[in-house]
Design a protein around this ligand. Structure first.
Ligand code: ATP
Length: 266
């Protein structure tokens, strides 16, 4: 993504931001509240159109990117919150994520079109595989509303993984997780980077510092730093940006602890 600017009416949410997620790398996008992280993420998903700038994927410029195109491009995403279909079981929810691989099957079934049983079986198998990878196979027959939030988040991630994306876009995947769950999530993201690239928008500094290969830091819609976790941690502009944020919002002081000393690095 190069030279991305976004304006909402008179508000400049992003000004000339560039970042490249390299193959097999985890790229973190961080910044204080209102920095523009979600807007940048939404540009990458096709949910927000950039006022200026270019998105290039696999050597091709994506003009007028729409969210519906992502799966076909080998890109999957999870959004803030969970977004599972309450009327479908966990397994069915994950099968929705696999639909680009199915010629017939689950979707034909949804719309009462005659199904190809083989496709359906393959889809189920892939969806169960993704659930197993996330230790959630035991919940396959349950409905999302009956499950604890962290489990719902794992299911949402399984749904993104089942399409075997080349690029996984994660928007605040650690929100609402305990320390232990966050640690597991970090290990999982590292594991996933062996077979896909990851763009990670996240508030939890210790997670970001532990799992990312490269980090881009935004503040007030502008890129203020970029580099390895160590480079970013040692950048005075970053500390300053977070200090300003901590003064505005005292609840963020604990997060600040991870940005200054390096003690959270794994
Ligand atoms: N749809 C919108 N309409 C108008 N302004 C918006 C819209 N979305 C975002 N903004 C503004 O753009 C700026 C960047 O917001 P954004 O949500 O991208 O930041 P963020 O870094 O994700 O913040 P947070 O960490 O609080 O989620 C903010 O000033 C915000 O108020």
């Amino acid at each position: 993504m190069t030279g991305i600017s976004v304006a909402f009416g008179g508000v400049k949410a992003l000004t000339d931001v560039s970042l490249t997620v390299e193959p097999g790398q985890v790229h973190g996008l961080i910044g204080p509240n209102g920095a523009g992280k979600t807007t940048m993420f939404n540009v990458a998903c096709g949910l927000v159109r950039a006022t200026e700038g270019r998105i290039v994927w696999r050597g091709q410029e994506l003009r007028r990117l729409r969210p519906a195109q992502l799966a076909g491009l080998g890109i999957a995403r999870t959004l803030q919150g969970v977004g599972l279909f309450p009327g479908l079981t966990v397994l069915e929810n994950v099968m929705v994520g696999a639909h680009k691989h199915a010629k017939a099957g689950f979707f034909s079934a949804l719309f009462a079109i005659p199904t190809a049983d083989k496709d359906d079986a393959r889809l189920r198998e892939r969806a169960m595989g993704a659930l197993t990878e996330l230790d959630a196979e035991g919940y396959a027959a349950r409905y999302p509303g009956s499950l604890p939030y962290p489990v719902q988040k794992r299911v949402a991630l399984a749904r993104a993984l089942v399409s075997e994306p080349e690029l996984l876009l994660l928007d605040e995947p650690a929100s609402g997780l305990s320390e232990d769950e966050m640690h597991e999530l970090g290990e999982l993201i590292r594991l996933l980077s062996g077979r896909m690239s990851v763009l990670l928008v996240e508030h939890h500094m210790d997670l970001v510092m532990r799992v990312c290969d490269q980090i881009t830091v935004l503040d007030s819609g502008r890129q203020i730093a970029a580099g390895t976790p160590q480079q970013v941690q040692n950048d005075p502009a970053v500390t300053e940006a977070y200090l300003g944020d901590a003064v505005d919002d005292t609840t963020d002081v604990s997060e600040l602890a991870g940005t200054d000393g390096g003690t959270h690095r794994g």
